[in-house]
Design a binder for this molecule. Structure first.
Ligand code: SAH
Length: 601
């Protein structure tokens, strides 16, 4: 069997038969621009509709021998073998290529199964001998090759044009292509990304250098100005985006869009959980995480990185936890960008000081109780030299809420200062750790006892404290703590996205993760351990198994499985706790099982 790709634009093609199989062939031919005639006495609705739209010619009658000879290509798909044979004989006698559905003996050619990613097509065939194997391999490829290959193929074509224009010799050209391929394709995971202009020019310049007897010489046909124009200098921008407080869906819609438009994302540790799992893998990801007391990448270097990326023409998102301008050093970064004339914008985010209390049942303002909110960094308290927080003034206002960021270590000192300045010791107060995530914990006590209570609960950063009358509402409004799935961080495959709303409403933190995983999905998953994975199929189980080393899967989690086959695979793969679900209402079924597990035996 000799594989060919036919160009069928405006070529007369005949399909004999009008059932579902014929329809599939008709659609394939139309997609390629063929002029299609269908001969069938009783075709399916869709074929009639296509004819009515003028997209094909429909002859509602039996096949008339030897009309097959009048076409370039003939496909027979009737359910009568004699008719199919007649069509095939007529075609062959006239020198026309013919295919008969499900009848390899009568075929001149077979139609391979294909996976299409724009102009990139992967085809699979077995000479008509094992169609089931072809179908399953196609499915495998369909899953393995993501949508990013569409853009990648376009970019490859563009790169080829550019290389061609340089007039290199064949060996130099090949080196350019190989360098480009190496830079853009992950051969293990079969993912691809479009390179930035500067990376692309690096492939040209580096590989354009050819060894000569006198040592390396610059390739004369890749001059410097080509390099500069390819880099697209000066066209970059930076978007300072607030990632929200940790729950993936607390990212704003605009933030989500900017992330999808980006070439590069520079993100903090607290923002990692909000990286959209469906981010194309071409996007460069730069972690610059800060943990309390440790600054792995100094602020100057972060700013320098933003400047470097944007100056090279990249669309950059600086993703910061919460809101970029609330204790996030966003102002410093924006000032530097402004100073250098780099275009930037700010996409505000849900900030911990508002969302944290809300998730703990505490409104930060409330008519006639709290008419002012102060967002304050408690960290300054522990430092000397800078401006000091006037805790003494804040202590004077009983109709206000104080929300303190970065205050786990500083809490005892802050409380002492407030009490010394005359604040009532029984002022309601609370501390919320990892608010809005499945790991949220709350310590609540009158002000004077809050440091002890926080210590007893074991509150650790990141946490905010809240002091003020609003805290009393907690008794009635702590909706999250009462939610059936509070504390659950669940991994959900995209095929079950429909359950996301129900699951989050029931209190779970839900991570919808493409399988196989994207690099962004791996990072988001690693932000905290999941308590469970929902599997729709045995394939899902296998694909998650590939990610076993991810810290997000470090805890002994529950495998929630749709159907017995999926559950069997999970057990086989060593999941200890496997629960089979009927799948009618996932949130309810998982909720019931969690409730049952909480009941004392
Ligand atoms: N820009 C961020 C704050 C950055 S400063 C925002 O707007 O939320 C880091 C501090 O934010 C932490 O020390 C903690 O006080 C607070 N914080 C961030 N995320 C939090 C969360 N999920 N729960 C509680 N506090 C959080």
């Amino acid at each position: 069997m000799y594989p060919v790709m036919l160009s069928l634009t405006d070529q007369p093609c005949l399909v004999v038969g009008g059932g579902g199989v014929a329809l599939r062939k008709v659609l394939g031919l139309l997609e390629e621009g063929a002029r299609v005639t269908v001969v069938a006495p009783d075709p399916v609705e869709r074929i009639i509709a296509l004819a009515a739209e003028g997209r094909l010619t429909l002859e509602r009658r039996a096949y008339r021998s030897p009309e097959a000879g009048d076409y370039r290509l003939v496909l027979a798909a009737t359910d009568a073998r004699e008719t199919n044979r007649l069509v095939a004989d007529d075609a062959r006698a006239a020198g026309v290529w013919v295919n008969v559905a499900d009848d390899p003996e009568l075929c001149d050619f077979h139609l391979p199964a294909r996976v299409r990613r724009g102009d990139l097509q992967l085809t699979v065939a077995s000479a008509g001998r094992a169609p089931f194997a072809v179908r399953l391999i196609r499915r495998l490829l369909e899953r393995r090759f993501g949508e990013e290959w569409i853009e990648w193929t376009e970019a490859a074509a563009g790169f080829r044009r550019r290389v061609r224009a340089l007039g290199l010799d064949a060996a130099e050209e090949r080196r350019c292509f190989e360098a480009w391929f190496e830079a853009t394709v992950d051969p293990e995971r079969l993912t691809a990304r479009v390179p930035r202009a500067e990376e692309e020019s690096a492939c040209l310049i580096r590989r354009g250098r050819v060894p000569s007897s006198t040592g390396a010489r610059e390739c004369a046909t890749a001059p410097r100005d080509v390099d500069a124009s390819l880099r697209g200098e000066g066209t970059g921008w930076v978007s300072l985006v607030g990632a929200g407080t940790g729950a993936p869906d607390l990212l704003t819609l605009r933030g989500y869009r900017r992330l999808h438009e980006a070439d590069a994302i520079v993100y903090d540790r607290l923002a990692a959980g909000a990286l959209p799992a469906d981010l194309p893998s071409r996007v460069e990801l730069h972690p610059v995480g800060k943990t309390a007391g440790r600054h792995p990448v100094p602020q100057q270097e972060i700013t320098a990185l933003l400047v470097r990326l944007a100056s090279a023409g990249a669309r950059v998102v600086r993703l910061k936890g919460g809101d970029p301008y609330v204790f996030g050093r966003g102002a410093e970064e924006a000032e530097e960008l402004a100073r250098r004339g780099i275009p930037f914008e700010v996409v505000p985010g849900v900030t911990a000081g508002i969302a944290g209390p809300a998730w703990a049942g505490i409104p930060v303002t409330c008519r006639s109780e709290a008419v002012r909110v102060t967002l304050v960094t408690a960290h300054e308290c522990a430092k000397s030299g800078g401006p000091q927080v006037r805790w003494d003034l804040l202590a004077q206002d009983p109709h206000a809420t104080i929300v303190g960021y970065m205050g786990v270590t500083a809490l005892p000192g802050v409380v002492r200062q407030l009490l010394d300045a005359g604040m009532a010791p029984d002022t309601p107060a609370a501390m919320v750790e990892r608010a809005t995530t499945a790991a949220q914990r709350v310590a609540a006590a009158p002000l004077v006892r809050l440091p002890d209570e926080a210590r007893r609960v074991g509150i650790r950063p990141p946490a905010v404290f809240v002091i003020g009358p609003g805290v009393t509402h907690r008794k009635r409004l702590d909706w999250q703590a009462r939610a059936v799935l509070a504390g659950q961080r669940l991994l959900l495959p995209p095929s079950l996205t429909r359950a996301e709303g129900d699951l989050t409403r029931a209190g779970a933190e839900v991570l919808v993760v493409p399988l196989p995983m994207t690099p962004a999905a791996r990072i988001a998953l690693a932000a905290a351990p999941v308590t469970g994975c929902v599997f729709a199929t045995a394939d899902d189980v296998d694909l998650v198994e590939d990610e076993r080393a991810n810290p997000g899967l470090a805890q002994a989690a529950t495998a929630w499985c749709l159907g017995a086959g999926t559950a069997r695979r999970a057990r086989m793969r060593g999941w200890d706790r496997v629960i089979e679900l009927a799948g009618t209402n996932l949130a309810e079924e998982i909720g019931d099982a969690c409730m049952a597990a909480r009941q004392p035996a």
